[in-house]
Design a protein around this ligand. Structure first.
Ligand code: AMP
Length: 454
């Protein structure tokens, strides 16, 4: 088994790792740190939850300690992820006097200008805001020797290619580039080929592989059954739960329904201010809220150690997002549960997810006879009647008809009441196989207790 001591890290870094409770390197750390310390370019295929942040921060810290000036730039797709990287840098960089500046949108520019003037060693930025600083002349990137592109697939998906290109044009050459991505599809591969030199490839989760330890299941249901189903699931366990919806408005509506049912819930999406997003995330982390309802973009990179249950209230439009979402709940040596709600019109999305993960998702029975499900359905029907709207027709036809999947395929289902038998996606287990690192049994995570003390 590889130990941190084997990775040629300094004593100070080893102490910081011990203080942080990191006992042994994760596979991505074991594989990426040595070539990164040697100055090689690295392409790491690894999702959030694999320990990739420390895999790039530790080499940055080792290589920059003692050197003045801004010498490393980390680009990340979302503000939340950038803030988390900043926190992790504080944890490990402090003893080596390697400081970070987090440069993100949604907050004032002046403090960030000040951080540039101070020539902090590492700038951690979202691409849009960094381009603003480049335009106004406040960003100083002329000494950068190390560039990290974190969640490169997502940055490209989000349309940041023009910003990335502009930023890269302003960076000195030669430089070292570390690129991390949960998936390694065409665009990322092209981008990497254009900007990296003879990279070492490190892969801990095969492209399109869902988190190996997550229990996954899909509920085939009508659109109007989704809220009753969610409330029934929340009633059936006590896991901390992250719910993904397709749009901001749906996030608001779902959060309202969950709140009405008496659960502690908060929301995070792009229309919320940076302060509200931070408050929501902190509250979810510290247990003030059991449920966080989020849209993809905002939730990207959320590092909450103990999410027990991820619910895809709506299936993602991009199949790769399924991998990212489920990655929230199977982290390190712990396992979680992932439930996806698929309405008939989402059948094609389900098929593309199954194609990407190369495994059918186990079907689970919608608990239509359960008390919570029925009372919420009745409430919704009453609401519709009140508004003079016709009752919803079940997608399957009759009153208890089974909804069609939209795929026209015959679908297996779990027996009623048996929620989510463990199902591992194809290729699961490769993560550990890479280093033999975590042979430990998976720990169930994410039981929610009101206001955990951290
Ligand atoms: P990341 O994939 O970088 O977002 O990391 C996921 C979580 O695992 C973070 O909370 C890290 O602090 C934690 N972590 C990373 N590496 C290790 C390690 N070697 N041992 C224990 N925890 C770790």
């Amino acid at each position: 088994m590889i130990r941190f001591q084997d990775l040629l890290l300094s004593e100070k870094s080893l102490h910081a790792l011990a203080r942080a409770g990191f006992e042994e390197p994760t596979p991505i750390q074991a594989q990426a740190i040595p070539p990164a310390l040697e100055g090689r370019d690295v392409i790491g295929t690894a999702a959030t939850g694999t320990g990739k942040t420390a895999a790039f921060l530790l080499p940055i810290i080792e290589r920059l300690a003692g050197k003045p000036g801004t010498r490393a730039l980390v680009l990340a797709p979302t503000r939340e992820l950038a803030l988390q990287i900043g926190q992790e840098l504080e944890r490990f960089g402090h003893a080596r006097h390697v400081r970070g500046a987090v440069v993100i949108g949604g907050v004032g520019m002046e403090q960030q200008r000040q951080a540039f003037r101070e020539r902090r060693e590492v700038v951690i930025a979202t691409p849009g805001r960094l381009v603003d600083h480049l335009q106004s002349g406040s960003a100083r990137l002329d000494q950068i020797e190390l560039l990290v592109l974190d969640e490169a697939d997502r940055m490209l998906d989000m349309g940041f290619r023009p910003q990335l290109t502009r930023i890269l044009q302003r960076l000195p050459r030669p430089r070292q580039t570390l690129l991390f991505s949960a998936t390694m599809g065409g665009e990322v591969a092209d981008f990497a080929a254009a900007h990296l030199r003879d990279p070492v490839r490190v892969e801990v989760v095969r492209s399109g592989t869902t988190a190996a330890r997550a229990e996954q299941r899909v509920f085939l249901c009508g659109q109007e059954e989704k809220l009753p189903l969610l409330l029934a699931l929340l009633d059936g366990d006590d896991l901390s739960t992250l719910v993904f919806t397709r749009t901001k408005r749906r996030a608001d509506r779902v959060a309202k329904g969950v709140e009405r049912a008496g659960h502690k819930v908060t929301r995070i999406h792009a229309d919320r201010s940076q302060g509200q997003r931070r408050q929501a995330l902190d509250g979810f982390k510290d247990g003030s809220y059991r449920v966080l309802v989020a849209t993809d973009i905002a939730a990207r990179g959320i590092d909450v150690a103990e999410i027990g249950h991820v619910v895809n209230f709506d299936l993602p439009h991009v199949a790769e997002d399924y991998v990212h979402r489920v990655g929230r709940t199977a982290r390190m040596a712990a396992s979680g549960r992932a439930s996806s709600f698929c309405s008939p019109e989402e059948g094609a999305l389900l098929r593309s997810i199954e194609k990407l993960t190369r495994a059918p998702l186990p079907r689970a029975e919608v608990p239509r006879d359960g008390e919570v499900f029925q009372s919420e359905s009745a409430r919704a029907a009453e609401g519709r009647a009140h508004q003079g709207l016709p009752p919803h027709r079940r997608p399957g036809g009759g009153p208890k008809g089974r909804p069609r999947s939209g795929s026209g395929r015959k679908l297996a289902s779990h027996p009623p009441g048996r929620h989510g038998s463990p199902a591992r996606a194809a290729g699961g287990g490769e993560t550990q196989a890479a280093s033999g690192g975590s042979a430990r049994p998976a720990v169930r995570l994410g039981t929610w207790k009101p206001r955990r003390q951290r």
